[in-house]
Design a protein around this ligand. Structure first.
Ligand code: GAL
Length: 435
């Protein structure tokens, strides 16, 4: 055989082998997309990646900040549209339903039956993880949003106590203001403002009102007098914010609390994750108390993963990834870092810190039969677990405009009533880009 033919054949063969090994490599490896970028979140994603490596699953992880917003969602939309979705993506709330409706997700029913997910995942979370009765997402935790995160040194310094009701909270914030400390730290984004709003709303109206108004979207539940009290309280809280709140993100606000510049922040249990990453100890360095008047309620935000049909990953590798995410030991190890409750209710509490144990206990009691009647485990509006994106965004606009002082309490009341009944066509996306 002439030399050049031999040479070309060998080259072709080599190319084929390398193409095949790239394909094989792609098939048995997973690509994950997530938004865990802060210090605590990075420590959390590391738990997952390490677990995959231990099982010889090779991985690529793409992080994009954005906590379930359009900043994150747009990147995912683009990848799916190009036919190049990741194996799995972090998704929360109603976004899961949106993806499922497009028919691009792998159903997970077989794995769910094998892992008895129906038995161990709280009902209200299951409603978001299932589409038309079929499992299409794997819930890895349940954060809750109705918490105060308090710098304990400052609390002692101003001789403050755990606030049990609205009046106590105002007294506490007043004390901080008098001491020249920022009483309440918050960031610039509408979801953060809405997170504050949902605690105030749940505190004023109670669990039944919250569910009827923001989950069932029953316009009749939106009693204008009650809404006025909610916005009056939001206006009162505005007076405890510093002038720079419009320039920062949620984790910058957390830093203000931990550096002792601000007394407290109202945020989800992921702040526990930030403090854990710094080896801080509840009861010593910081305190976690339920937002006053929301004790016994668990406004949840469950981090979930969805799995795309078009991804290159083979079935076996994908199944191993799903099983890992839903494994009880993994959910314990992961959530020791995230600060959240494991989504599975059968994970032992023992290793969690005081804030973790408290929130896990709340989740389980608000999911139990007796308190299910009170139905106090409810999706967070801010995190898109309560209602569809167009409603959430319409609420964002009202609440954020109001917190920035652009509209009056009375205007906010009528705009909120309209927001709850907004149709998709009327909604506008308002996420500012993160620099
Ligand atoms: C949430 C997510 C949390 C945390 C938080 C702040 O959506 O559930 O795990 O990442 O955003 O980024």
């Amino acid at each position: 055989m002439p030399y050049w033919i031999k040479y070309t054949l060998t080259a072709l063969l080599l190319q084929l082998v390398s193409v095949n090994s790239v394909l094989a490599e792609q098939k048995s490896s997973v690509e994950l997309m997530h938004w865990w970028v802060s210090k605590g979140e990075q420590a959390s994603i590391a738990v997952l990646l390490q677990r995959l490596s231990q099982q010889n699953i090779s991985w690529q992880a793409q992080a994009h900040a954005g906590s379930g917003t359009s900043r994150y969602g747009d990147i995912l939309i683009e990848r799916v549209a190009k036919g190049q979705p990741p194996t799995a993506s972090q998704v929360i709330g109603y976004e899961i339903q949106k993806w499922a409706a497009q028919g691009v997700l792998h159903p997970l029913d077989e794995l769910a039956v094998e892992g008895e997910w129906d038995e161990v995942i709280p009902n209200d979370i299951q409603l978001l993880s299932k589409y038309q009765g079929h499992w299409i997402a794997a819930p890895i935790n349940a954060h809750s949003t109705n918490w105060l995160w308090i710098n304990n040194t400052l609390l002692k310094q101003i001789d403050g106590q755990q606030p049990d009701n609205w009046h106590d909270l105002i007294q506490l914030l007043d004390k901080a203001q008098t001491a020249g400390i920022i009483p309440l730290a918050i960031g610039r984004e509408a979801w953060e403002h809405t997170l504050l709003f949902e605690s105030v709303a749940a505190g004023v109206g109670g669990a039944e009102f919250y569910r009827h108004a923001f989950i069932d979207l029953n316009a009749e539940a939106l009693d204008p007098e009650l809404l006025l009290v909610i916005f009056q309280r939001m206006s009162q809280l505005r007076t405890y914010l510093d002038h720079d709140f419009g320039k920062r993100y949620w984790d910058d606000a957390t830093k203000l609390v931990l550096q002792g510049a601000a007394l407290l922040q109202v945020q989800g249990t992921w702040v526990n994750g930030e403090f854990i990453a710094l080896d801080l100890i509840p009861g010593v360095d910081y305190q976690c108390f339920n937002f006053p008047d929301t004790q016994g309620m668990f406004l949840f935000n469950s981090d979930q993963y969805v799995f795309f049909k078009d991804s290159k990953t083979d079935t076996d590798t994908r199944s191993r990834l799903v099983k890992t995410l839903m494994d009880a030991d993994f959910q314990r190890d992961l959530n020791l870092r995230t600060g959240a409750a494991p989504a599975r209710t059968d994970v032992p509490l023992t290793d969690f810190n005081a804030c973790g144990q408290r929130s896990i206990a709340h989740m389980r009691s608000s999911n139990m039969r007796s308190s299910n009647m009170r139905r106090s485990l409810m999706g967070s509006i801010a995190m898109g677990n309560a209602n569809p994106a167009h409603t959430k965004e319409a609420i964002y606009r009202v609440v954020s405009d109001h917190l920035y002082g652009r509209i009056t309490d009375a205007q906010a009341v009528s705009r909120l009533q309209a927001a709850v009944t907004t149709t998709p066509e009327q909604s506008i996306v308002i996420e500012p880009a993160r620099p």
